[in-house]
Design a protein around this ligand. Structure first.
Ligand SMILES: [Zn+2]
Length: 291
């Protein structure tokens, strides 16, 4: 049991779901910065949430959750791609309120003028950005409301995190096609599953394996489990992306930087990897030569 995502289906029903569990990846991400406890928990929940949401995509690419706010908490983001690579980052000013917390409530309640974006970036094709109202006490609550209102797919999401492990569960009642509509359905199934899902405790979500969680909740149902998918921390930074960033800031800014920093050093905030560009390498990007 470490970093994985387990899909599940309730047999002969339009209900599907996912359970995610992050341990190694979460610890690697949290070790890169000295995050306050409540921020660690928020990042853990955001990571689990993106891993859950990524499973609902049918494209190659990545999905990210991004919180932006004014006040002491500036922003946080977490992303997951179709390969199960996750990464996350947050920026905030010291605030005694962040020194303890049990769930995303602590940070969310501190936010000033917050916005939560869901970004979907396919490898090929158009990007999509959705705006989620941050008017529920927890991250899971905000995301559920988003699904209910914009996707109109009844969805339950539970998220939990500690500094060591984070976990999440998503269950959805998918729309049925005409043929399926004809079949006899268990009208009580969705309310029953929803109620069971809500009995899941924080410690169970972070400490039990996906199979144990599913058994604990739905052992009265016929649950089908396809093969588990691995999740891992993996940063998508590269020297080429740094080159593009330099080209974007422009020749003048690059020359200015070289006056006080030569070689130019660029740090990836997600993984702390350093990329260096000598004056020659940096100017070559613009077809300029050292004078
Ligand atoms: Zn990186």
């Amino acid at each position: 049991m470490s970093d994985l995502r387990q899909r599940f289906y309730i047999e002969d029903s339009p209900v599907r779901g996912e359970v995610v569990h992050l341990e190694q990846a979460l610890q690697t991400i949290l070790a890169q910065r000295n995050y306050a406890p409540a921020v660690q928990i928020l990042l853990g929940e955001m990571l689990s949430a993106t891993a859950l949401l990524a499973s609902t995509l049918k494209i190659k690419g990545r999905i990210s959750l991004q919180i932006q706010a004014e006040g002491t908490f500036k922003w946080a983001m977490a992303e997951c791609n179709h390969l199960g690579d996750v990464r996350a980052l947050a920026d905030y000013e010291e605030d005694p309120r962040f020194m303890q917390g049990e769930d995303s409530r602590t940070v969310l309640s501190s936010l000033v003028k917050p916005i939560l974006f869901i970004n979907i970036e396919p490898e090929f094709g158009e990007r999509y950005q959705g705006i989620v109202a941050l008017d529920q006490p927890t991250l899971a609550g905000c995301l559920m409301q988003y699904y209910d209102l914009s996707a109109q797919i009844p969805t339950r999401i539970v998220l939990a995190s500690s500094a060591q492990r984070s976990g999440g569960l998503l269950i959805q009642l998918l729309p049925r096609n005409n043929e399926e509509e004809q079949q006899r359905v268990d009208e009580d199934l969705w309310p029953r599953l929803t109620m069971l899902t809500e009995t899941l405790k924080t410690e169970e979500l972070t400490d039990l394996s996906a199979q144990e969680i599913l058994y604990r909740l739905y052992n009265e149902e016929e649950v089908r489990l396809p093969e588990v998918e691995q999740l891992q921390f993996n940063c998508t930074c590269s020297r080429d992306k740094c080159k593009n960033a330099l080209i974007q800031i422009g020749l003048d800014a690059v020359k200015e930087t070289l006056e006080f920093q030569n070689p130019i050093e660029m740090d990836c905030q997600f993984c702390n990897k350093k990329y260096q560009f000598t004056a020659k390498e940096a100017l070559d990007l613009f077809g300029e030569h050292l004078s």
